[in-house]
Design a protein around this ligand. Structure first.
Ligand code: ZN
Length: 95
């Protein structure tokens, strides 16, 4: 499906070609694809959150930190599994 984008400068509707920094066919203004920008922002936020996640292993972490974070990740996975198991038990058990 083709999407159209309105030029913020002159108001002309342009069919999005998908190329980066597409320009308005009428005035040549760079068209801002708001949906694409939103998606970019979203993936940036996701990246940021991953950076903030304390168990994300970074290249410059020392061996101990890496070990600690790996252990943390495993413990977290076990924790999540237990929660999932308990909620599954609660779901199948007769009330
Ligand atoms: Zn324009």
């Amino acid at each position: 499906m083709k999407r159209s984008i309105k030029c913020q400068n002159c108001g002309t509707w342009n069919v999005l070609t998908g190329e980066k920094n597409q320009r308005c066919s009428n005035c040549g203004e760079v068209l801002k694809d708001e949906m694409q920008e939103r998606l970019n922002k979203l993936s940036e936020i996701r990246k940021e959150q991953l950076d903030k996640w304390m168990f994300t292993i970074k290249e410059d972490d020392n061996a101990f930190t890496k070990f600690f974070k790996k252990t943390g990740n495993i413990l977290y996975l076990i924790f999540i599994s237990i929660i999932a198991f308990i909620s599954w038990l609660l779901a199948i058990l007769p009330a």
